[in-house]
Ligand binder design. Sequence first.
Ligand code: NI
Length: 183
Amino acid sequence: MARLDIHVLGSPVLRQETERVTQFTPELRRLADDMFDTMHAAKGIGLAAPQVGRLERLTVVEVEEQRFALVNPEIIQRAGAIRWEEGCLSIPDVYSHVDRANEVTVRAQDLDGNLIEVVGTELLAVCLQHEIDHLHGKLFLDRLSLLKRRAALKTWEQEKGKYVGNLRVLPVGDLPPDDADQG
Ligand code: NI
């Protein structure tokens, strides 16, 4: 497994629509493995392919010991409402409360192409919605009010200079523990 560089806000790939996966190859599995590795190294709970510069419609999620690689995921049902403070591995050190559905049902394929359904509530629901947004070029910032978005972007202005070429290169060793929920 390998740690991949994470594209940060400003990298055009984060705004691109992904492409539906039709071939369930060893390369797809390797990409998912690398994404899990990268997500763990960055202390995240979700990571979508565009965040590592790829356009496969693939995301990995790991919330409270539930772990999924989701190919071609779609939300087929939503219920309730929740407000959660979100962060994003592609917008480090920026957090804001986002309104989402409290429960979602996601239909997807696994890495072998089998159809699966995942039902998530609370944090898992938030994470699934956040990651599926990434697969359609959407970031949590887009879901904030104008005022909250301005505040978030102001914080980012102070952070973005750390990321040369809009890339976040993870260190080889472990990051310090961090209790933030990021995807
Ligand atoms: Ni994210």
